[in-house]
Design a protein around this ligand. Sequence first.
Ligand SMILES: [Zn+2]
Length: 242
Amino acid sequence: MCSKFIHTSLLKKKNNIFHYFGSRSNALSPEEIQELELSQVNRTLELFDHYVPDKIGPDNLVYMEQIHGNKIKNVEKADFLKETDGLITKRKDLYLIVRTADCAPIFLYNEPSGTVAALHCGWRGTIKNIVEKTVQKMEKEYNINPSEVVVSIGPSLRKCCFEIGAEIIGEFGSNYIEKRKDKYYLKFIDLIISKLVSQGINRKHIEVVGQCTRCNQDRFYSYRATKGQTGRMLNIIGMTDN
Ligand SMILES: [Zn+2]
C-alpha cells in the first residue's frame, strides 16, 4: 500500500469499506481549490490515480462546500452540496469526499445498518456541535445504535499547534484548554473524542491518526502554517457493493 494514503485499522478491518485520509501527494493545489464545483471530480480522480478502484468515478462521488457550519445532509447520489460540512449515506458504491488542511476529517461507520458518515470539523464546527448532531441524526434517521459505531479521525492540527484566542476559550471548557506561556491551545482531539463519547460511542471504537498537519508540513498541507494560501488534502470513504 502506498504511504501517501493513510487508513486506520478499525476501518480497514471492515471488508466493505473503502477509505483513505489523504496527504500532500493527492491534494488539490492552492489554485485548484478556488474551483469548488463538480469540475473537481476529474481532477480528484487523477490525484487518487490508480489507488481508487475503477468503479469510483464522477457518478458516485459526493462533495461539500464546507463552510465550518453544522449542516449535515443525507445523500443518495453523486452531488455537490452547498453550505454543508457533513454527509451521511446508506447507499453502497457512493463515496464521500472531505477536503482538509488543519481541520479534522472524521469518518463514522455503523456496520449493522450499513451507514457511513463523513465530516469536516474544525474548532468552529465543534462549537456548533457538528459531531453530536451527526451521531444524533444517524440515530434518529438511520436507526443506528451509537455503541455500534466506529470512528476514524484523520490528520489535523493538534494541541501542539492549535493556538486559539483568549476571547473564545470559554466556548470549550477548561478541560480542553492548555496554557503555555501566555498562549492558549485547544486540545482538539480530546474535545472531539469527548463529544463522540457523550453521544454513546465507545472510546475503544475511536481511532485517531496521531499526526499534526502543521508539524508535518512535508507530508500535509497546513492552513495555519501558510496563513491560508494552501492546498487541501482529499479524504474519502464509502461502502463497496460487494
Ligand atoms: Zn503540531
